[in-house]
Design a protein around this ligand. Structure first.
Ligand code: 13P
Ligand code: SF4
Length: 304
């Protein structure tokens, strides 16, 4: 059944010259039919180079919006319109715009997990894989980092020479894992290395053997000589790694690490987008697009 749907998707996408991009939190049956699978930074950069006129994003809304900002000539569809990232909605453009006016000597750094609207008042975007490098490379020494205070705290620790202010925001999935759960996972698997996403709280990050983005975690586990790993990010990363490295063992740090938004997209959704029966085409005004593009362009310039 799954293979029949996958075959139909592959046939239609070839016929219609469609590119399917998938975030690495997507289920395996979706990553199998995607043209490219990656973390949010890799997906943004990839979107600028694919030749197809149409892109289907299997991920969350801000990822589809980023593709549209960078490639306005393409038709961009979010495979399942309910797939949003709650963190992206946590801060309002007007609130951050007012903060910026009151603090003109600060540069506003926005995690890419933000709405296009919020990006219009920010100076540069970062992703979890590029945040440290970009903040180091920025001309400004005074920074407001939004919305994820956990990623921001991690960056502040890595870049102590800059003054980094944080606001209270973050990922409800990663930030919900308490330090005691990481300790319990370590106690249950004493030979395993703990690999953690920087959206986790500092008390979890402090216990990690490696801290990095989804692709950083995957690359570290594949290249490491170690045989066992506790995976401190969305559960699909442990699942993908187990398929790709059958001779190693992967344990989720917590059974709660499931992002319902990332899991909202199904193979049938993708098929129905190709049939013109589902999905949402991403649209935005040219004024908003250009204002938001500035900080995504800066991300690619400073992170490249
Ligand atoms: P990455 O930048 O590692 O892809 O993470 C995106 C995300 O939503 C993590 O929760
Ligand atoms: Fe957003 Fe967290 Fe889900 Fe990532 S895991 S998409 S940050 S809610």
């Amino acid at each position: 059944m799954i293979h029949n749907i996958q075959d139909e998707i592959l046939r239609l996408k070839k016929e219609q010259d469609v590119c399917i991009l998938a975030h690495s939190y997507q289920a395996r049956e979706i990553t199998e039919i995607a043209d490219f699978v990656g973390d949010s930074y890799q997906l943004s950069v990839k979107a600028t180079t694919v030749p197809h006129k149409t892109v289907i994003m299997c991920g969350v809304r801000f990822m589809a919006e980023t593709v549209k900002v960078l490639s306005p000539e393409k038709k961009v569809y979010l495979a399942n319109p309910i797939a949003g990232c709650p963190m992206a909605e946590q801060m309002e453009r007007d609130m951050i715009g007012a903060w910026k006016k009151a603090n003109p000597d600060y540069a506003i750094v926005a995690y890419i997990n933000t709405t296009t609207d919020l990006k219009t008042v920010c100076d540069v975007c970062v992703t979890s894989s590029s945040a440290v490098k970009i903040v180091k490379n920025m001309e400004s020494d005074k920074i407001l980092f939004i919305p994820d205070c956990n990623l921001g705290a991690f960056v502040a620790e890595q870049v102590p020479e800059k003054e980094i202010k944080l606001l209270q925001g973050g990922c409800p999935i990663h930030a919900a894992v308490p330090a005691r759960e990481a300790e319990a996972a370590r106690a249950a698997h004493p030979d395993a290395l703990l690999l953690v996403h920087p959206e986790c709280v500092p008390a979890v990050v402090a216990q990690a053997d490696y801290v990095g983005s989804t692709s950083g975690i995957m690359n570290f586990a594949k290249e490491s000589d170690a045989k066992e790993f506790i995976i401190g990010t969305e559960i699909s990363i442990a699942e993908h790694l187990q398929y790709e490295c059958p001779d190693k063992k992967f344990y989720p740090m917590s059974k709660q690490l499931i992002c319902p938004n990332m899991k909202a997209t199904t193979l049938v959704d993708v098929l129905n987008v190709l049939k013109g029966e589902a999905g949402e085409e991403i649209t935005m005004s040219e004024e908003t697009r250009l204002a938001a593009k500035h900080c995504i362009d800066e991300m690619i310039r400073l992170g490249g």
